[in-house]
Design a protein around this ligand. Sequence first.
Ligand SMILES: CC(C)(COP(=O)(O)OP(=O)(O)OC[C@H]1O[C@@H](n2cnc3c(N)ncnc32)[C@H](O)[C@@H]1OP(=O)(O)O)[C@@H](O)C(=O)NCCC(=O)NCCS
Length: 172
Amino acid sequence: MSTRPIASAVTMKRDTSHPHALHNSGIVDVVFGENVTVVEPVNLYGCEIGDGCFIGPFVEIQRSVIIGSRSKIQSHSFVCELVEIGEDCFIGHGVMFINDLFDNGGPARGDKDLWRSTSIGDRVSIGSNATVLPVSICNDVVIGAGSVVTKDISEPGVYAGNPARRHNKKAT
Ligand SMILES: CC(C)(COP(=O)(O)OP(=O)(O)OC[C@H]1O[C@@H](n2cnc3c(N)ncnc32)[C@H](O)[C@@H]1OP(=O)(O)O)[C@@H](O)C(=O)NCCC(=O)NCCS
């Protein structure tokens, strides 16, 4: 067995008491409708959550996002700036929305002109662990678990896979 010391243990100056910068997650400047349920911990800021919505734990919803009435955002999902979600939607666990396509070969690094928006219609259900690039999805759509949605969806139905493609079964 090697007796070589682990490099970081010898070279890194250790300070276990606190990091250089520490920010708290929480709920800041959020407009809530009536009868909204939130399971903490969450990080919600500058967004609007409609009547009767459910927001599960470990969800982040960023500034300017609007969530329509009665929609449910399940645990561990990330809803970024420039996303709008309609009414009666179901966003499964660990669904990731994207607004920065790395158009210029890497992250926009704060240049919001490079960000793109996403619009989700009413009665859209998105399966767990799906990734939604900046697209527009019409009403009455089901997205399969683990799918990657790369293009606009303008016909109701079931879509799945990477890239997400239409399946035969219709959304009900
Ligand atoms: C896509 C989905 C809605 C089912 O649609 P369906 O039309 O009933 O699909 P079927 O089960 O009949 O499968 C049809 C084909 O699609 C494939 N398929 C099913 N779900 C898929 C998915 N998520 N991604 C990729 N392919 C999928 C099946 O393997 C099958 O392929 P085959 O024809 O080559 O055998 C469902 O599989 C799904 O992903 N639901 C999401 C559930 C979820 O995440 N819930 C969150 C709360 S727990």
